[in-house]
Design a protein around this ligand. Structure first.
Ligand code: PEP
Ligand code: CO
Length: 449
């Protein structure tokens, strides 16, 4: 076990850093990092501190967190319709959840920087030919050619710029009234208007609008802040050169902030307490997440808490558990007990996606809606049985009409998958499946979880 030594934005370099690309030209990488260091930041310390407070409220049971978006953002999807569709699905899901939870919901997108992916194998072999695996658009490109798969440091700048464009558009949309609750038609999605989910959703949206008009016209109060919807950005803090290049001090606030995103998290493959990623995350002021799966040990839990949240500060640490529908019944109680034994404080978020990935007979990666729903329902019950609360969910969803996950009300089957399978990495719930899941979670919360 390594004793913590003084932290700097670069102290992670002395630790084993898994899942990092190997750039053929280190001088080119240095040049790009020099540029990244001086570009203006994407988010501010005010927003980061505000999110930490909101996460603390969720940990105390007064708020629910919806963290959702693509498994991996793609540069080609940095377009107006794609971005508006992902906002729409997040807004709609969150409104459904507000009604079920009877408490405010905070939306955190897996966006504006979710461009780097951990891979199980560093090489991909096709027809006996081996090339570096695709690691996300900020590192290399998915086509199976040597040129496309070579890590290119310029992509770090292209990714940073796209993250900025994405956030800029989201902020402008929200400020301009796109997410105004008086006008739910602004964030309606076209393609599925007539499904049963859509009817239920529309009934609920008009109840919200009527409630707002009642408050404003009859009681004479302006809903003000509460009729606008905020978004926060999150991504896996995987590519440590990228993360640390925008890790800065700010005037009049102590500490260091990662200003590429509000909420960075450590993925399952890079959550080792002695590893570079946890070393990097322990020193920043942002609220941070850690993914936890079946293989964790009590000792690891104790070390995460000591390294990442030594002061046991509410909102600082979120444990995002992803055990799978089969594993949650065993894993989650053990995790809860391990955190309790250390006097730890954590916000609990369930990721029902990553423990439920399966391959079809044809070798296509998919997930079954019913497994996803089951893991969430079990997670609510287990937290309740242990006298605490599930504070949020972490999902891979899209506003597009894709066919990547099976099941759900439309009974999407394996045979349907080839129709509109877009993801280069993990399968996402499509719009209709996402809303269906939101209704299911809302019902579960209404029934007392
Ligand atoms: C992800 O969130 O896309 C991911 C890779 O998850 P995990 O680290 O939990 O496997
Ligand atoms: Co994923």
């Amino acid at each position: 076990m390594l004793a913590p030594s003084p932290w700097t934005p670069d102290s992670w370099r002395a630790r084993p850093a898994l899942q990092q690309p190997e750039y053929p030209d280190p001088a080119a990488l240095e040049r790009v990092l020099g540029e990244l260091r001086v570009l203006p930041p994407l988010v501010t310390s005010w927003e980061i501190v505000q999110l930490r407070e909101l996460l603390a409220e969720a940990a105390a049971g007064r708020r629910f967190i919806l963290q959702a978006g693509d498994c991996a953002e793609r540069f080609v999807d940095c377009t107006s319709p794609r971005i508006t569709n992902s906002l729409k699905v997040l807004i709609q899901m969150s409104l459904v959840l507000v009604v079920g939870a009877q408490k405010p919901v905070t939306r955190i997108g897996r966006f504006a920087g979710q461009y780097a992916k951990p891979r199980s194998a560093s090489e991909e072999i096709r027809d006996g030919f081996s090339l570096p695996s695709y690691r996300g658009d900020i590192i290399n490109r998915p086509e199976f050619t040597a040129a496309a798969r070579a890590p290119d440091p310029d992509l770090l700048l292209r990714g940073y710029e796209r993250a900025a464009l994405t956030l800029n558009f989201i902020r402008a949309l929200v400020k301009g009234g796109f997410a105004d609750l008086h006008h739910p038609e602004y964030f309606d999605l076209d393609w599925v208007r007539h499904s049963s989910q859509a009817d239920e959703y529309h009934r609920m949206a008009s109840t919200i609008r009527e409630g707002l008009s009642f408050m404003e016209n009859v009681l004479g109060v302006r809903a003000g802040e509460s009729d606008r919807i905020d978004f926060f950005a999150a991504h896996e803090a995987l590519h440590l050169d990228y993360e640390s290049a925008q890790t800065r001090r700010v005037p009049r606030r102590p500490g260091w902030f990662n200003l590429t995103t509000h909420f960075p998290w450590a993925g399952l493959r890079t959550n080792q307490p002695d590893g570079a990623h946890i070393e990097y995350l322990r020193g920043i002021e942002n609220p941070i997440g850690v993914k936890v799966g079946a293989g964790f040990t009590r000792e690891q839990v104790a070390r995460w808490l000591d390294l990442l949240d030594p002061q046991r500060m509410p909102g600082r640490l979120t444990l995002i558990h992803r055990f799978g529908a089969q594993g949650v019944g065993d894993g989650l109680p053990r995790l809860i007990e391990a955190v309790r034994a250390e006097g730890g404080l954590a916000l609990w978020i369930c990721d029902p996606m990553h423990g439920n990935t399966q391959l079809t007979a044809a070798g296509v990666k998919t997930r079954c809606f019913e497994d996803i729903a089951s893991e969430i329902e079990q997670a609510f019950d287990i937290h309740r049985a242990y006298g605490q609360r599930l504070g949020g969910v972490h999902l891979e969803v899209t506003g597009e009409n894709v066919t990547e996950c099976i099941g759900g009300a439309r009974g999407q089957s394996e045979a349907d998958l080839s129709r509109a399978y877009e993801s280069e990495v993990d399968p996402r719930l499509n719009y209709e499946q996402s809303l269906e899941l939101a209704f299911l979670i809302a019902r579960k919360m209404k029934n007392g979880s």
